[in-house]
Design a protein around this ligand. Structure first.
Ligand SMILES: [Zn+2]
Length: 139
């Protein structure tokens, strides 16, 4: 494994672990699944037992726009943990071992038999890292 490959894998492991930790903490207090109870253009985020999630600062329930509440419900703790588990399985398939994977060559041609050795970073790993913010500072 190259230093760069090791760096991206270690960074990605920390990013996934942090999301898992936060999702587990949220699920412990506000269990999944979350749903959006929509009324008159606003949304109320509701946890598994039917209780609304609370805004701890100003009101008795967490009310937001309808779109934001649907978005939040789609990203409840269980869905985040499922995504993290799937990403860890993808990492297992695409890192640390010699494998062939779809990748574009220098001309942009998709070469589906590109071989990645132990020191190479597979594009799938880079895409996963990007989804967690790896290149966020470069944009
Ligand atoms: Zn791969």
């Amino acid at each position: 494994m190259t230093a760069q490959g090791g760096d991206i894998l270690a960074w990605l492991d920390r990013a996934i672990s942090e999301r898992e930790r936060v999702a587990q903490a949220a699920d412990a207090t506000d269990p999944s699944p979350w749903t959006a109870d929509l009324a008159e253009g606003t949304g109320l985020l509701v946890r598994a037992d039917g209780e609304p999630l609370w805004d701890c600062e100003n009101s008795s329930a967490l009310c937001m726009t309808a779109a934001a509440s649907v978005h939040a419900a789609l990203h409840d703790p269980e869905s985040v943990l499922r995504r993290c588990a799937a990403d860890r399985k993808l990492l297992e398939l695409h890192s640390g071992r010699c494998h062939s994977c779809p990748a574009k060559d220098e001309s942009g041609y998709l070469d589906e038999w590109t071989q990645f050795d132990y020191g190479d970073v597979c594009p799938v790993v880079e895409l996963l890292a990007d989804s967690y913010g790896w290149t966020e500072g470069k944009r």
